[in-house]
Design a binder for this molecule. Structure first.
Ligand code: C2E
Ligand code: CA
Ligand code: CA
Ligand code: CA
Length: 278
C-alpha cells in the first residue's frame, strides 16, 4: 500500500515537474521574443453579410522565433497571462494594430475597425485606460476605428468593476465585442448591463451549424443579440454550408478560413486592395 502511494506520488511529481520546466522554457522564450522583437501581428478579414465586402479585421499575435519556428498562441498566451508578460505583449499588439490600421485608413484601402483581443490580466490593469489612451495618441488612430474583444470569463469575475471599465472604453468611441460568446457563463441579466456593441458567436457553434442543436443555439444567440441591439459576428466559418446558414440567420459579419486565414500585414493589405477593386 505504502509503495503504491509512493509510486503515485513520484509519477505525479514528475508530471508536475515537466509542466514547470515547460512553463519556464516558454517564459524565457517570451522574454527573449520581447527583447528581439519576435512578435508580429497578423490580421484575419471580417466580411460583412449585407454586401460580402471587407468590413474590418481581427488582430492576432504571432510569435515566430528563428530557432523554434511558430509558437502558437494556445501555448504561450496562457503562460504569458500567468507570468504577467501578456501586458507587454498586449501593448505591443495594440500599438502595431493601431499603426497598421492608421496607415491603411490613410491609404484608403480599408474601412471599419481593427479588433484587438484583450486578456483578463490586461482588462483588470488599474492603468488600462491610460495605456490605451497613450497608444491611440501616439499612433493618431481615431478610436472609432478600434474594437476590443473580451471574453465572458474576463468580465464575470467582477462584473460591477467590469461594467465601469467597459463604459470608460465605450466613452472613447471604442467598440466592444464579447468574444467566444456562449461558451462562458455570463448571465442574461448581466449581458443587458454590459455596454457591448457585438457578440461573437463561438466557432464551436458554427461547427455545429449542421445539427439541429447547433442551429437552435445560433438562432438563440442571434435573437438575444438583436433584442439587445447588438451586432453579431460568426467566427471560424469554414464551409459554404456554414456560410449559407449564418447568412440565413442574418448574422452581420462572417470571419473564418472560408474567406481567409490570418494574414501578415503585407498579405492583408493585398487582400484589402483586391477586395476594394472587385
Ligand atoms: P480567438 O480570439 O477566439 O481567435 C480566433 C482563433 O481562431 C484564431 O486562432 C484564428 O486563427 C482561429 N480561426 C479563425 N478562423 C478559423 C477557421 O475558420 N477555422 C479554424 N480552425 N480556426 C480559425 P489563433 O490566432 O491561434 O489564436 C488563438 C487564441 O489566442 C485566440 O482565440 C485568442 O484567445 C488568443 N489570442 C490570439 N492573439 C491574441 C492577442 O493578441 N492577445 C490576446 N490576449 N490573446 C490573443
Ligand atoms: Ca478574438
Ligand atoms: Ca473568438
Ligand atoms: Ca475562440
Amino acid at each position: 500500500h505504502a509503495k503504491e502511494g509512493g509510486n503515485r506520488y513520484l509519477f505525479f511529481s514528475e508530471d508536475m515537474n515537466k509542466k514547470a520546466v515547460k512553463r519556464l522554457q516558454v517564459e524565457n522564450l517570451i522574454r527573449l521574443g520581447l527583447k528581439e522583437d519576435y512578435f508580429q501581428v497578423y490580421y484575419q478579414p471580417k466580411m460583412s453579410f449585407s454586401d460580402g465586402t471587407l468590413n474590418g479585421m481581427e488582430a492576432l499575435v504571432r510569435f515566430i522565433t528563428p530557432k523554434n519556428g511558430l509558437v502558437s498562441p494556445g501555448t504561450f498566451i496562457p503562460i504569458a497571462e500567468e507570468t504577467g508578460q501578456i501586458v507587454e505583449i498586449g501593448d505591443l499588439v495594440l500599438r502595431k494594430a493601431c499603426i497598421d490600421m492608421k496607415r491603411w485608413l490613410d491609404e484608403g484601402i480599408i474601412r471599419g475597425r481593427v479588433a484587438v483581443n484583450l486578456s483578463a490580466r490586461q482588462f483588470n490593469l488599474p492603468d488600462l485606460m491610460q495605456r490605451i489612451d497613450r497608444i491611440l495618441h501616439e499612433t493618431e488612430l481615431d478610436p472609432h476605428h478600434l474594437e476590443l474583444e473580451i471574453t465572458e470569463g474576463t468580465v464575470m469575475n467582477n462584473a460591477k468593476h467590469a461594467i465601469e471599465t467597459m463604459h470608460q472604453i465605450r466613452d472613447r468611441g471604442i467598440h466592444l465585442a464579447m468574444d467566444d460568446f456562449g461558451t462562458g457563463y455570463s448571465s442574461l441579466s448581466y449581458l443587458r448591463k454590459f455596454p457591448l456593441n457585438t457578440l461573437k458567436i463561438d466557432k464551436a457553434f458554427v461547427d455545429d451549424a449542421d445539427s439541429d442543436f447547433g442551429k437552435a443555439m445560433i438562432d438563440t444567440i442571434v435573437t438575444i443579440a438583436r433584442n439587445l441591439g447588438l451586432s453579431t459576428v460568426a467566427e471560424g466559418v469554414e464551409t459554404n454550408e456554414q456560410k449559407a446558414f449564418m447568412t440565413e440567420m442574418e448574422c452581420d459579419v462572417l470571419q473564418g478560413y472560408l474567406y481567409s486565414k490570418p494574414l501578415s500585414a503585407v498579405e492583408f493589405s493585398q487582400f484589402a486592395m483586391m477586395d476594394k477593386m472587385t
